[in-house]
Design a binder for this molecule. Structure first.
Ligand SMILES: Nc1ncnc2c1ncn2[C@@H]1O[C@H](COP(=O)(O)OP(=O)(O)OP(=O)(O)O)[C@@H](O)[C@H]1O
Ligand SMILES: [Mg+2]
Length: 294
């Protein structure tokens, strides 16, 4: 299976939102990270075939998804960033309605709905109005909707927003198992959602994919760049302008800081084990700041 993007560009009036993205994806989890407004949702909507690019094309197994139309849509599951629910729908109504839109056979739909409701932990709430669900429950209902027809390509725009840590871990496990022989693309602001399960992690900024690497490659990039150091509060203020401080713990007058710095911040600073979040901070904060000064 292959999903290939060729020079995808999109603009709103004269604002370039996607600047010619080319990329090939196979099976596995693809994580899409990037600051607010970097173009994640725009890219995702193009891949879900609900938005047309200004130029470029998306090919699913070598066939243009625009031309394939409904045939492509039948292969994908899509969770938009914002979902509005009809106020009088119960959770079960919503899933049955979604299954009907996908032309799913009734008996299979019923079976899938019941299985998925259990999987996402909504079994006991199916008869309740979904407009009255909590934010996290609505998100889980949306995830069940996206999984309904067992899609070959699963596209999720911030699936874990509003999920508590327990549900987030559960989600991660479901997605990881699901991606064994399918393609899952998900955008998120929670770096740990994709740190350990993504085959590839994309870092997007201002309409371009700045990096695409495995989690391990990002960690290697951060070797000797993450430190634990101690400094007095006064020095911290000045130091903040030169490096990204990812954590500060006050121990009386001495601050224990975790910093991202290409140079050892002080002779007694100790190297710390990097995380993907450090790589994110390094790519989006540290480098642009330095580039701005040079
Ligand atoms: N319908 C629209 N009309 C005009 N501008 C838009 C429209 N949709 C998105 N944009 C702009 O395109 C840019 C990218 O938006 P997009 O929603 O793709 O970002 P994002 O990475 O998903 O952000 P977030 O992390 O906040 O969800 C932003 O500058 C946004 O203001
Ligand atoms: Mg978005």
């Amino acid at each position: 299976m292959e999903l290939r993007l060729e020079q995808i560009a999109k603009n709103y009036k004269d604002k370039k939102v996607l600047k010619g993205i080319s990329l090939t994806m196979g099976t596995g989890v693809y994580g899409l990270l990037g600051p607010n407004g970097s173009g994640k949702t725009t890219l995702i909507r193009i891949l879900a075939n609900v938005l047309r690019p200004a130029s470029g094309r998306v090919l699913y197994n070598n066939a243009d998804i625009q031309t394939a139309g409904d045939k492509y849509r039948a292969r994908i599951g899509y969770l938009p960033q914002d979902v509005a629910f009809y106020s009088d729908f119960t959770g079960r109504d919503y899933l049955e309605y979604s299954a009907a839109l996908k032309w799913m056979e009734k008996r299979r739909a019923k079976e899938r709905i019941e299985n998925l409701a259990r999987t996402v932990g909504l079994w006991n709430d199916l008869c309740r109005k979904c407009a009255a669900y909590s934010g996290g429950m609505q998100r889980r209902l949306g995830i069940a909707q996206a999984l309904l027809d067992d899609p070959a390509i699963l596209i999720l725009d911030e699936p874990t927003s509003g999920l508590d840590p327990f549900e987030r871990i559960k989600f991660r496990n479901i997605i990881s198992a699901y991606s064994r022989d399918r393609l899952v693309l998900l955008s998120t602001h929670i770096v740990s959602d994709v740190e350990h399960i993504a085959a590839q992690i994309m870092m997007m900024e201002q309409g371009t994919i700045r990096h695409i690497h495995t989690g391990r490659e990002y960690l290697d990039m951060m070797k000797q760049k993450v430190w634990l150091a101690e400094m007095p509060a006064g020095a911290l203020m000045e130091y903040q302008n030169r490096a990204v401080i990812s954590n500060v713990a006050a121990r009386g007058d001495i601050m224990e800081v975790r910093v991202i710095d290409e140079n050892r911040p002080s002779p007694d600073a100790r190297p710390a084990a990097p995380t993907l979040e450090d790589a994110y901070l390094y790519i989006f904060n540290y480098l642009p700041q330095r580039a701005g000064r040079e």
